[in-house]
Design a protein around this ligand. Structure first.
Ligand code: PLP
Length: 380
């Protein structure tokens, strides 16, 4: 098929997404008209307070939780750090169970606690696709002291999905705290948190066509933790600092839009992923795919692995020159020619070139055609 030259294609939606125009409009309206400090008791402040309350209610309704269980933060990383540090300090937990393929926001936070001898860490076994061994998790839970289990819902590099309900039930059986980093799945699935035995979940608005600089931590109402940031009494004393009202309004709008259009977008994006997968397989016999299974996993992420040779060596950069943005690993690693910690853990080595293509509702089949065409031009 013939495709247009000079296309600019964004296939890096796991790193961040384009803001939705409905979200941008909702924020612009607030930026231009509302500026009271939500903690002020006068009418200006009360106007801002109402917006925050409405946003919290909307998000809580989507997740089927209580509004009191949503705490706004500046990003996913802060939500993760708050949950881990706060739970360890408040609950006197001495043992963490996690996996080696978590996001660095999790792994580095845990490492710093381990360095200070505040916790011991067990890493659950994975198979060669990066799937968590639930029997091993059960065995660790059975033999260790009360633990905090930290396992991500969807892996940002390879898209593996965790059976959250099963893991939550296991944690409940052994009285463990459960944090799932849901940054990659919020707004992509109807995460009904009421149905899951979970204490903490995370969100970052810029992953679901919302603004950067805002996210939240879900904390089950039965769980209390120490704050990470001290100061004023905002967010019911859990997160001090004047609220980012524009961001909060944008985040709630992003949720509203995502939930309204979820089925349609899910089907469309899964279609793009399956189509690209089939086209790559058809045209490149020795291509492989990283992650739990080619068709399964997070529907926005396709992690392909090309055999290393003089043509594929610079593939990511050459795609960029051709107008296609993808990633060699996670965003923090793109630009650095090294295998990410996630891919290393599932046995990747320097004999193949991994490229993550991650899709959104703004991509098209035509873009997939153009991308495959460019890949074939570059490697043949
Ligand atoms: N967790 C996962 C799985 C992510 O993909 C990211 C972002 O890449 C984060 C956490 C961190 O989120 P933020 O960039 O909002 O701090």
């Amino acid at each position: 098929m013939k495709t247009r030259k000079n296309m600019k294609i964004y296939f890096d939606n796991a790193a961040t997404t384009q803001i939705d125009s409905e979200v941008a409009d909702s924020m612009t309206n607030v930026i231009n008209n509302i500026y009271g400090n939500p903690s002020s008791i006068h009418s200006f402040g009360r106007k801002s307070r109402v917006l925050i309350d409405e946003a919290r209610n909307k998000i809580a309704e989507c997740l089927n939780v209580n509004p009191t269980e949503i705490y706004f933060t500046s990003c996913g990383t802060e939500a993760i750090a708050t949950a881990i540090n706060g739970c360890i300090l408040q609950k006197d937990i001495k043992h963490i169970i996690t996996s080696p393929i978590e996001h660095h926001a999790v792994l580095h936070t845990i490492k710093s606690l381990e360095k200070k001898n505040l916790v011991e860490v067990s890493y659950v076994k994975l198979d060669d696709k990066g799937i968590i061994d639930l029997d091993d998790l059960k065995e660790i839970l059975r033999t260790k002291v009360r633990s905090m289990v930290i396992l991500m819902h969807a892996n940002n590099e390879i898209g593996n999905l965790l059976p959250m309900k099963q893991v939550g039930d296991l944690c409940s059986d052994y009285n463990a705290f459960f944090l799932s980093d849901t940054v990659q799945t919020m707004g992509k699935y109807k995460n009904n948190l009421q149905d899951i035995n979970i204490h903490f979940a995370t969100c970052s608005a810029h992953k679901l066509h919302g603004p950067k600089g805002i996210g939240f931590l879900y904390i089950n109402d039965d769980t209390s933790i120490e704050p990470l940031i001290l100061g004023g009494g905002q967010e019911r004393n859990l997160r001090a600092g004047t609220e980012n009202i524009y961001g909060i309004v944008g985040l709630a709008k992003a949720f509203e839009v995502a939930y309204r259009d979820m089925e349609k977008n899910q089907e469309f994006i899964q279609g793009l992923k399956s189509y690209m997968l089939a086209e790559l397989k058809k045209n490149i016999p020795d291509i492989k795919f990283n992650g739990e299974s080619e068709e399964d996993g997070l529907y926005t992420v396709l992690n392909a692995s090309f055999p290393l040779n003089s043509k594929t060596e610079m593939l990511l950069y050459n795609l960029d020159i051709a107008g296609i943005a993808a990633s060699g690993g996670s965003a923090c690693n793109s630009g650095v020619v090294s295998i990410s910690h996630v891919l290393k853990e599932i046995g990747a080595n320097n004999t193949r070139i991994p490229i993550r293509f991650s899709f959104s509702k703004y991509n098209t089949k035509k873009e997939v055609d153009f991308c495959v065409e460019q890949i074939l031009n570059l490697i043949n």
